[in-house]
Write a protein that binds this ligand. Sequence first.
Ligand code: F2R
Ligand code: MG
Ligand code: MG
Ligand code: MG
Length: 352
Amino acid sequence: DISLFGKKFRGSMLGVLTGDCLGSPYENEDLSSGSKLVLQNSFDKLEGPIFKAPVIQYTDDSAMSKSLAESLIEKKDLDLVDLVKRFVKNYYQEPYRGYGSGVIKVFEKLRRSKFSDILLPAKEQFNGQGSFGNGAAMRTTPIALFCYNNYNNLIDMTKKQSLITHTHKIGIDGAILQAIAIQQSLHIHPEDKFDVINYVDELVHKMNFIEVDEEGLDLEEVQPYKNQLNIVKTLLLEEGDKEPISEKVIEQLGNDISGLRSVPTAIFCFLRAQRPIEGIKTENPFRRAIQYAISLGGDTDTIGSMTGAIAGAFYGDNNIPPNILHHCEASRSFCQMADNLFQIANEVEWNS
Ligand code: F2R
Ligand code: MG
Ligand code: MG
Ligand code: MG
């Protein structure tokens, strides 16, 4: 029998995988109202009695999370050289996993230069702006687990793992926000009374220190995540018991490939799914969260996966339907990685 934290580690790693696998068939598909029903039926079928079908393959979201977990487990620390080599090796072994078109250039440069400067290719992305994609956020779960009891290390290591592909502040801070949300979920007992507004307020408070005014600009402009989190709060309050209007959520929070318009959306999906949502027929709040995230369309694998990571860290693996896991590629190894991460996280002195 494993502890509650052990279950939460499994929930979070399996949340990454299931959100990614279940969301990937719909990435950038046009999700009309009819496809909400298609989604409902598909989830019902996957959760129901086992049927024979090829496993649903995971994409870059899970592939990069896996590399990060395996590197942490082997090195018992964040070793950027080891990590970047794993990213590149896995990309060239399995280039069909749907990687971002920008990040591929980073991998090419790293390989060509024989990893001479592991931070340089990321800095050169997009004419020196760096990537603002959600790639650093989507893969950051193993860091959040490894640092589950240490906030400063969580921020520091999340930033470091981001910089090897994403140097734009939006790309880095998106990963930090995702990591903080996972850590908050880990530390709430799923059966305790849960105040969703308080959860957002805590995130706002923390992002206030992350999004600091570096160039003497207006704070409104330099705190984009804090602004989005305030929208999350408004939407949670204003919907009451009515159905959240998907169009409004998409318009205000976003469903695209950028960190800014996907990480706050994932947080919203987790929080909104604490209560029933019209059109999503399930008693299971974990399933409700990822099904809702995917129903918003756009970057469905990634928003599904990030929602799954946060929700799984809250509920643990108890709420993840075993029959759904049966249909996802590598679910056993994701569970094993979670157990190994739990072990090494408890071995480092700074978590105790
Ligand atoms: N890439 C995809 N899905 C679409 C392609 C799927 C594939 N071709 C297929 O059909 O099989 N999904 C994955 O990418 C997202 C994560 O991306 P990541 O790792 O952040 O990569 P990248 O390339 O750095 O950024 C993504 C795109 O964002 C735009 N962008 C980023 N920074 C920019 C900047 N400073 N200026 C302008 N544009 C910027 C670019 O279009 C990048 O290509 C996840 O959804 C994952 O699932
Ligand atoms: Mg993907
Ligand atoms: Mg990138
Ligand atoms: Mg995606």
